[in-house]
Design a protein around this ligand. Structure first.
Ligand SMILES: [Zn+2]
Length: 322
């Protein structure tokens, strides 16, 4: 058979799978109204996938709503979420003939079933810099503009809103760097805590956060060192969470590193504190910003003053990140 396009190749493969009655392991939508028929329709439609990760050319599919007031209020956004997931699932069906970057490698493929979804390996903590959960949910459900989001939003009363599947990429970190990782959005869970940046975090927020972090750490085997703040990974642009965030308390629970008593610590004369910050993970392209970020996180201070005490703390800490 003469094959002229990759779409035709894919269509042929999909049809032959269906004819043989093979059950595909990947289930892109719930089997709530037609079992194999809906899967068949779905697979056939996967031949017309959008060329980018977007809502373009997706069809509206009804989303089962809840009776709660939040679901009712954000029904439209939930619908858009479902459409977006539907759009992304179609991208998966193109692979590996054409990958998401649009590159074609071959006219034939050899699929492997030995795979899974990529898992998050970092947790990035934010504060919202506003005063209400409502304001945050409105912002994160708005299309156009900044198109910012987070996986979780924690309200002042401790309510946790889960806005995005952990396995999907949220737009929460922006341009960022930690170690040599330059796309934290792809590898992290973003948690926004409602806080104006000048006030204490509520006890309810901190206890909800602890429960959430415990689940995430266990589910995805995230190392303690990889619980960090937005200000850590974008030191020239961001200052959240503020110096009031209880990093020490969190580290005692296993989320993030902390330093031990520095009494008696002798820092070698040749210790380069910027190299220490770099090993911890900071981008030291702008040394002053990196130092301010470090002091905000590890000393609850808002300044870039360097002295022997700070040097000691960097020295003690960097060895934990080595
Ligand atoms: Zn942030």
């Amino acid at each position: 058979m003469q094959v002229t396009t990759t779409h035709q190749v894919l269509k042929t493969i999909v049809l032959s799978i269906l004819i043989q009655g093979t059950i595909l392991a990947v289930q892109a939508q719930p089997k709530d109204n037609g079992g194999n028929t809906s899967n068949k329709d779905y697979l056939l439609k996967s031949n017309s996938v959008p060329g980018k990760d977007s809502l373009d050319a997706t069809e509206e599919k009804p989303v089962s709503g809840g009776a709660g007031s939040v679901m009712a209020k954000y029904g439209r956004s939930n619908q858009l979420y479902a459409n977006m997931v539907d759009s992304l699932s179609k991208v998966l069906f193109r692979y590996p003939l054409v990958d998401s970057a649009g590159l074609t490698y071959a006219e034939e493929w050899v699929g492997t079933p030995n795979m899974g979804l990529r898992r998050p390996n970092y947790v990035i903590i934010h504060h919202t810099a506003n005063n209400s959960c409502d304001e945050t949910l409105r912002e994160f459900t708005r299309t156009g503009g900044r198109e910012a989001s987070a996986h979780y939003v924690i309200c002042k009363d401790g309510t946790v809103h889960h806005m995005l599947n952990d396995l999907l990429r949220s737009h929460h970190a922006g341009e960022s760097k930690w170690g040599n990782n330059t796309d934290l959005n792809s590898s992290s869970i973003g948690i926004e805590i409602v806080n104006n940046g000048f006030e204490a975090f509520t006890d309810e927020q901190i206890s909800s956060l602890a429960v959430l972090l415990e689940r995430l750490k266990a589910a995805y085997k995230i190392p303690a060192a990889n619980f960090i703040g937005h200000g850590d990974i974008a030191p020239t642009r961001k200052g959240d969470p503020s110096s009031k965030f209880p990093w020490k308390l969190m580290s005692e629970k296993g989320y993030g590193h902390w330093w031990d008593d520095t009494t008696g610590v002798q820092v070698p004369d040749n210790f380069d504190y910027l190299m220490g910050l770099r090993i911890i993970g900071y981008d030291i392209s702008y040394p002053a910003s990196a130092l301010i970020a470090f002091k905000r996180h590890f000393m609850s201070e808002n300044n870039g003053t360097m002295n022997a005490a700070v040097r000691k703390i960097i020295f003690v800490l960097y060895r934990k990140f080595e």
